[in-house]
Write a protein that binds this ligand. Structure first.
Ligand code: CA
Ligand code: CA
Ligand code: CA
Length: 170
């Protein structure tokens, strides 16, 4: 079924969102990602960072649903993702960065131990691993994003890379 390299890459993006692997993207996938991040970084759902993370994830889900959930059943199927979301995201990567930004900001805040606004490579790898990116690939990505002087990944750089990854050109 999956034939071209482009379709394979899109399938990988879909799997990235479908955190519980049940074949569609819905709010629960976003909540699962939040729970996993809170566990990894030892925070609770009730603390400020936990609240911000849930709020960011909800905004991200709402934005994705607005783009992709064409029949309004609160689920994004693979077909909806392939048919609508991918094209619309590709045509408008800024929009994607916009809907992902509050979530990524909250993730950065959660994982940023010294609160300087940037993540170390190790912190970035932890975030990516929790979200399902294998350690090796996560490390390669984090190292490529890190500022050569500070050695850390700035939030704005992470937002841009995240949008680029999910709005992969054909
Ligand atoms: Ca799912
Ligand atoms: Ca749907
Ligand atoms: Ca930091």
């Amino acid at each position: 079924m999956v034939s071209t390299d482009y379709e394979r890459r899109i399938a990988a993006r879909f799997a990235g969102f479908d955190q519980d692997g049940n074949g569609h993207i819905d709010r629960e996938d976003f909540n699962a990602a939040v729970r996993a991040l809170l566990t990894e970084f030892g925070a609770t759902a009730r603390c400020d960072k936990g609240q911000a993370l849930y709020a960011g994830a909800e905004a991200f889900w709402q934005g994705m649903a607005g783009i992709a959930d064409r029949d309004g059943d609160q689920r994004i199927t693979r077909e909806e993702f392939l048919g609508g979301a991918v094209k619309r995201l590709r045509d408008n990567p800024e929009r994607f960065a916009e809907i992902a930004r509050p979530f990524l900001h909250a993730v950065r805040d959660l994982a940023d131990a010294d609160a300087d606004g940037a993540l170390t490579v190790a912190e970035t790898v932890r975030v990516l691993r929790v979200l399902g990116v294998p350690e090796e690939a996560g490390r390669a990505a984090a190292e490529s994003l890190a500022d050569p002087v500070s050695g850390t990944v700035a939030e704005s750089v992470a937002v841009r890379a995240f949008a680029d990854y999910f709005t992969v050109p054909e």
